[in-house]
Design a protein around this ligand. Structure first.
Ligand code: ABU
Length: 840
């Protein structure tokens, strides 16, 4: 009886214990029988040096999920789940090796769990060959959303592309339209950046540069500084992130002028961990300084509204259990030192639950057709399809939130935005991509007290010609213009005086108008941003070019026409009979006014802090026009120089001031040839180029006016009456008597020419007669006749030859008679001619 009571009380105690604590696992008879175990394979990145080692927290989370699933009697009745796993170190090669070992070693596995994008990519691409569904709890690569490449892949981890709409939203919120990208050269980040670029383009955001690196980010960070990047999106695993942050500190890419977007799934103290182990050359303090103010975006991985989930736990309950499990593995959770993958742990937990639910569904289906999951083999496509359909339709509320899979096998999620403020992450808000809803807490804090700019702020500094220089050049020009106007009046008033009349007063007036225009252009050259708005500047450019060109054409053209006329007069053949009157209008036709298009100057940006602005007149085909203009004008200048040289000592009565005009032409040509190239070289120094150009114009104008008009004014002042003007100016050289004498000599010369022709005719006839006589003699006539013929022949030939030789250069003589002073050689010949002509 006592014994019975003892057994009864033990049975009640055990019953109570089971009721309260649940059945112990080892007491579950299913665990001991392999027939009732469903095996799954797991690959966890834990002990590697780079990439994502999230298996550190995800593996314990998956273990918790297995315990919970196996404790549920309504789930997989009669079966338990068993996980066989190994470490991939987030290395794709090692991950593949782990997968082969798990698949080729018994027992038969029904599904594969994997984490880390690089490993998931390798594993999921191969798994289809074994008809295995792969469920990734920790893979964010957007490349994994390709159903053709990964037909059997599902993931509880959202794709990294979910961050991109959030980033764009923030850029728009803070007015950043110029961003840079720094990425690690891994497929997961490359595909994320491709998506980000497309979205930036759509939103009108310029990507100023995209830098990538394999393991050392030094050069990439330096390039960001060179490109003046201010808002930078960084995409890299956490080990690389620490290296980047150290370089950011070294290159001073932090502080009030910079904003960094980092990935949000790093642990909270990621920038202070493993610095010695990873040989990071920055102190904790330096890393903290560089990290201050950066933004992170991350898909929500913990259920936010502490609801009771399928497992019966809230996310807080799960956190407590996970922390306990991690503490048992010696992680310093109490001091907030979390292992890698802590953020993603709910994803791993929910992944195991998703597997259990899918198997449960599949088993029910297989039961109906008399099949069992236990009979699955790698060639059993039918069962694999059933598992695929089951997981595809699985939905539940997990500790990570609502678990469901899109047609690409992706998880749909909200994103959260955080900022590092005083060394701690502060939640700024949430963004729901699907409803385009940004919930903002207004907790952001910027280092400089204001939102950083996306580019360098610069000030406009327009370089202008100094006022003093402009006023002095302008004053001299005004004096010149007044002087030119006075000379025009003088020229018109005295146009009937010989000294003016024989210098072509019309030419003089045209030259003076040209001088006025050239001096007027000095004002336009100095009109810059100080006086005119940028919109009016093109009109000033047009006016400058037109007025200076027109002025030059008129001024230089008038002088050119004079020397050209002198040259023509002294080289003209005698066939014209007599000298024609000068018709100045005919001479100006050779100098037309060029028309060329000038367009707006290049637009003036406000970014002049490091680049002062200087207005220039330019056109689309500036160089072509400059080439044509300089070539054409240059030829005319050089031709003018040649004519002035040729006629330097010639005096003709029709143009009495040709020598002075020639001197003015020398001066203009030399100054133009010096000024044009010098101005091109010093174009960027506004004062120097304005002074040089203005002085050249002023000097040319004043000297030309002085050379042409001072002798005339002096003559008119000294000899107020025309009578005495015959002696004016050695240039004139031709008196009335000279002219009469010239005409009489012309007539005399004609007479002599006729006489010579008659004598020559006579000689010719005599020669013929002599020849006839010679022939008669040789045919038998007397011998005295030949001696007479010989004696007569010789003096006649000599005389004729002498006359011909000396009379032919009559043009030289005429020129001399006309009053020109020929060159020394010509003069000798002319003298000889005169002598011979008189004797003839
Ligand atoms: N949140 C961790 C993602 C890791 C990876 O995509 O490789």
């Amino acid at each position: 009886m006592r014994l019975n009571l003892l057994f009864l009380s033990i049975a009640v105690a055990v019953g109570l214990a089971v009721a309260v604590f649940g059945p112990p696992h080892m007491s579950n008879p299913l665990l001991t029988k392999d027939d009732n175990v469903l095996h799954i394979a797991g690959i966890f990145p834990i002990g590697g040096k780079g990439g994502w080692q999230g298996g550190q927290a995800c593996q314990p989370a998956a273990r918790l999920a297995l315990e919970d699933v196996n404790n549920r009697t309504d789930l997989l009745p009669g079966f338990i789940l068993k996980l066989h796993w190994n470490d991939s170190e987030c290395e794709p090669g090692l991950g593949a090796s782990v997968m082969y070992n798990l698949l080729y070693n018994k027992p038969q596995k029904l599904m594969l769990l994997a984490g880390c994008s690089t490993v998931c990519t390798t594993v999921a691409e191969a798994a289809k060959m074994w008809n295995l569904v792969v469920l990734c709890y920790g893979a964010s690569s957007p490349a994994l959303s390709d159903r053709n490449r990964f037909p059997t892949l599902f993931r509880t981890h959202p794709s990294a592309t979910v961050h991109n709409p959030t980033r764009i939203k923030l850029m728009e919120k803070f007015g950043w339209s110029r961003v840079a990208i720094l990425q690690q050269a891994e497929e997961v980040f490359i595909s994320t950046v491709e998506d980000l670029e497309a979205r930036c383009k759509e939103a009108g955001i310029e990507i100023v540069t995209r830098q990538s690196f394999l393991s050392d980010p030094t050069d990439a960070v330096r390039n960001l500084r060179r490109q003046d990047a201010r808002v930078i999106v960084g995409l890299f695993y956490v080990v690389a992130a620490r290296r980047v942050l150290c370089e950011v500190y070294k290159h001073k890419l932090y502080g009030k002028s910079y904003v960094w977007f980092f990935i949000g799934w790093y642990e909270d103290d990621w920038f202070e961990q493993n610095l010695e182990k990873e040989k990071i050359n920055c102190t904790r303090e330096q890393m903290r300084i560089a990290a201050e103010g950066h933004l992170t975006t991350e898909a929500l991985m913990w259920n936010q509204n502490n609801q009771r989930t399928l497992s019966g736990m809230t996310s807080d309950d799960f956190r407590i259990r996970l922390n306990e499990a991690l503490k048992k593995e010696n992680y310093d959770i109490d001091n907030m030192r979390y292992p890698e993958g802590y953020q993603e742990a709910p994803l791993a937990y929910d992944a195991v639950w998703a597997v259990a639910l899918a198997f449960n569904k599949t088993m029910e289906k297989l039961d109906r057709v008399g099949k069992s999951l236990k009979n699955f083999t790698y060639t059993d496509k039918e069962t694999a399809d059933d598992i695929y359909s089951a997981i595809n339709s699985t939905q539940f509320l997990g500790v990570s939130g609502h678990v469901a899979f899109s047609s690409q096998g992706d998880r749909i999620a909200l994103t959260q935005i955080e900022q590092m403020i005083d060394g701690k992450y502060v939640l700024l808000g949430y963004y729901d991509t699907q409803s385009d809803n940004l919930t903002w807490n207004n907790k952001e804090k910027w280092i400089g007290g204001k939102v950083p700019q996306d580019r360098t702020i610069v000030r406009t500094v327009l370089r202008t010609v100094s006022l003093g220089l402009f006023i002095s050049m302008g004053t001299v020009s005004v004096v010149g213009i007044l002087w030119a106007i006075a000379l025009i009046v003088f020229n018109i008033l005295h146009r009937h005086r010989k000294v003016i009349e024989t210098s072509h007063p019309v030419c003089n007036t045209i030259m003076l108008v040209g001088v006025c225009l050239c001096l007027g252009s000095v004002f336009l050259l100095g009109l810059d941003g100080r006086f005119v708005e940028s919109e009016s500047y093109p009109a000033v450019c047009q006016a400058r070019a037109w007025i200076l060109t027109l002025g030059f054409t008129l001024g230089y053209g008038a002088m050119f026409s004079k020397v050209w006329r002198v040259h023509r007069l002294t080289t003209k053949s005698k066939q014209d009979g007599k000298v024609k009157k000068v018709e100045p209008w005919k001479l100006y036709w050779m100098r037309s006014i060029e028309i060329f298009p000038l367009e707006d100057p290049s637009s003036t940006d406000d970014d002049i802090k490091i680049r002062p602005e200087l207005e220039h007149c330019e056109s689309h085909h500036n160089n072509v026009w400059l080439g044509i203009l300089c070539g054409y004008k240059g030829l005319i200048l050089i031709f003018g120089l040649f004519l002035a040289y040729e006629t330097r000592s010639i005096k003709v009565k029709q143009i009495n001031d040709s020598r002075y005009v020639g001197m003015a032409i020398y001066n203009v040509v030399v100054l133009c040839l010096i000024t044009a190239p010098v101005i091109m070289v010093i174009a960027s120094q506004q004062d120097a180029s304005f002074a040089f150009e203005a002085l050249a114009i002023i000097f040319c104008c004043f000297l030309s006016m002085a050379l042409v008009f001072v002798p005339k004014i002096a003559e008119i002042i000294q000899h107020p009456r025309d009578k005495v003007e015959a002696k004016y100016n050695t240039d004139a050289g031709v008196s009335k008597e000279d002219e009469d004498r010239y005409h009489s000599l012309l007539a005399e010369n004609d007479e002599l020419q006729k006489l010579i022709s008659a004598k020559e005719e006579k000689i010719r006839i005599l020669k013929i007669k002599l020849q006839e006589r010679e022939s008669m003699k040789s045919s038998g006539t007397d011998g005295t006749a030949p001696s007479a013929a010989e004696g007569m022949n010789e003096p006649i030939c000599l005389g004729a030859g002498g006359v011909r030789n000396n009379l032919i250069p009559a043009r030289t003589y005429l020129g001399n008679a006309a009053g020109a002073q020929p060159e020394p050689a010509g003069r000798g010949m002319g003298a000889r001619n005169s002598a011979n002509l008189s004797s003839a």
